[in-house]
Ligand binder design. Structure first.
Ligand code: PEP
Ligand code: MN
Length: 338
């Protein structure tokens, strides 16, 4: 729509789209509204809709995106999206740190980790309750008990919370306890899960699959967004490593500026899973900030040697506080808020 188009004009365009039997998606932007048609149209339908809309009051232009993803595309929505979670802003000039243990193991462990996250000034607390483990014999997480701990600790500290949901049936359960739904790398193309997470209207933190291309990643985001949920944060967490003897995955930092160019969604980086080695987390976290990431997810454990999952990549509380200190001075020199 044109800058300054009225809400009556927006409503009229949305109604005209509906009259063609497809659902419009109204996306308010910073200075103008975009109206998407998240559907595959045949050429007759497309011609009819395009002709009609182009002649309507308030319409700036009718275009087709040149990428397979539409709602996630910057062509469609030129200004950066900011995801606001209880006043914590993710995107556009702010670097939002999310930290906590890989798994929620007990109230004591989790509240100790949360106290460190808070002390260091990070606004978001992470922790897994449903864990996607390579081996069925490994610790699988505390399930709902873990979510209860997360809710209690989140309420006590005022930190925003994020936890993974692995199956569509559990979306409403996890959404009832946490502020942000994490969709793990292994689930990036679990389409029924993406659709349920979309329907929940909760902010979704979507991790890139270890072997997913950029188009596949953005099309996964598109599944969530096509349900009307535009609060998606993309997370680069490492792709399949050439040399697993040294790093668990290869953190694809170039994906950050690439995703920024082609999408308006905020981008996070996870150097914990991206390297698998605690001593590589700090340098790669700084590199992610320098590459333009809007957010960082890091694993930190009160006692990494005793961690029930991912201990080798967990920062100690002291190292996490040091990282936050170093990130702050880098952010200041880049003109980024933290
Ligand atoms: C996690 O965040 O602990 C996790 C399992 O991440 P990923 O899905 O990126 O492997
Ligand atoms: Mn982990």
């Amino acid at each position: 729509m044109k800058v300054g188009s009225t809400s009556a004009q927006v409503d009229a365009v949305a109604l005209a789209i509906k009259n063609h039997g497809v659902d419009p998606l109204v996306l308010p932007g910073e200075d103008r509204v975009a109206i998407g048609i998240p559907a595959t149209l045949n050429s007759d339908q497309r011609e009819a809709i395009e002709g009609e809309l182009a002649a309507m009051e308030g319409v700036s232009k009718v275009t087709q995106t040149s990428h397979p993803y539409k709602l996630a595309s910057r062509e469609f929505h030129p200004t950066d999206t900011v995801v606001d979670v209880k006043g914590v802003r993710i995107g556009l000039g702010t670097f939002t740190v999310m930290a906590g243990p890989c798994s929620i193991e007990s109230y004591e462990q989790f509240s100790e980790a949360a106290a460190c996250v808070k002390r260091a000034g990070a606004p978001v607390l992470r922790g897994g309750a449903f864990k996607p483990r390579t081996s069925p014999y490994a610790f699988q997480g505390l399930a709902e008990e873990g979510l209860k701990i997360m809710k209690a600790v989140g309420d006590e500290t005022g930190l925003v919370t994020i936890s993974e949901v692995m199956s569509p049936e559990r979306v409403s359960l996890v959404a009832s306890y946490v502020d942000i739904l994490q969709i793990g790398a292994r689930s990036m193309q679990n389409f029924p899960l993406l659709i349920e997470a979309g329907k929940s209207m909760k902010p979704v933190f979507l991790k890139r699959g270890p072997s997913a291309s950029i188009d596949e990643f953005l099309l996964a985001a598109e599944y969530v967004m096509s349900q009307g949920n535009l609060n998606v944060i993309l997370c680069e967490r490492g792709i399949v490593a050439l040399d697993k003897a040294y790093t668990r995955n290869t953190l694809d930092l170039a994906a950050i500026p690439v995703l920024k160019e082609y999408s308006h969604l905020p981008i996070a980086a996870d150097p914990s899973h991206g390297t698998g080695v605690a001593r590589y987390v700090t340098p790669m976290a700084k590199a992610a900030l320098a590459a333009g990431a809007d957010s960082l997810m890091v694993e930190m454990h009160p006692n990494p040697k005793k961690a029930l999952s991912d201990g080798s990549q967990a920062l100690t509380p002291a190292n996490f506080e040091r990282l936050m200190f170093e990130l702050r001075s880098l952010a200041a020199s880049l003109g980024v808020r933290m």
